[in-house]
Design a binder for this molecule. Structure first.
Ligand SMILES: [Zn+2]
Length: 191
């Protein structure tokens, strides 16, 4: 969901770095396709790509000093990696800031996001102006395949798969439930 969370992650990294703190920026499946955190306002930063086998404890302890971690797209990490983040906070004194979506295109929580909610000291929903086409607050992320809202499928699909283009659209709860994508959304009828 393009709602400014990556921008906030980068801003947070800048603020900590300016105070002389040392940190690492982690991401997964970033929109640039490479190990980099990018945001729609054009900020960019080299980041460590988190694949499923990466041991975050091992990663952090391989550095001389890490004061904080910025974890972008944390909803796509493994549940085990979320546990490792909690260990880093409790056993190693690392401050961890995790950013990501709570729920997938079916409005079901990502397993990693659920574990984060269970373990986090603090959870905030970002207050950003993302609106549904009807003007209500955009709370849910719909997957649109070939112009139609998908109700089933793999939890994580990035980019095009097979024949039909895949995109994501932010909707209010009402229109996520009804599947109405609004006018000019590039649906099959208007494409
Ligand atoms: Zn709506």
């Amino acid at each position: 969901m393009d709602c400014g969370k990556s921008t906030l992650a980068l801003q947070m990294n800048y603020n900590h770095g300016r105070q002389g703190r040392r940190g690492l920026v982690l991401t997964k499946h970033d929109r640039s396709g490479g190990p980099k955190v990018t945001s729609r306002i054009g900020l960019g930063l080299e980041a460590i790509e988190v694949d499923d086998s990466l041991d975050l404890l091992g990663l952090v302890t391989s550095y001389e000093r890490v004061d904080y971690l910025i974890c972008d797209e944390a909803c796509f990490y493994t549940v085990e990696q979320i546990e490792q983040l909690a260990d880093l906070v409790d056993e190693h004194g690392v401050d961890v800031y995790a950013f990501g979506l709570a729920s997938d295109f079916r409005a079901t929580m990502f397993p990693a996001a659920q574990r984060l909610f269970e373990l986090a000291d603090e959870v905030c929903r970002l207050q950003v102006e993302v609106l549904c086409w009807c003007g209500r607050p955009g709370l849910l992320n719909a997957r649109v395949v070939g112009g139609v809202m998908a109700r089933t499928g793999e939890q994580v699909v990035i980019g095009d798969t097979g024949d039909e283009p895949v995109r994501y659209q932010v909707l209010c709860r009402r229109h996520h439930r009804s599947g109405q994508l609004g006018e000019g959304s590039g649906g099959a009828a208007t494409a």
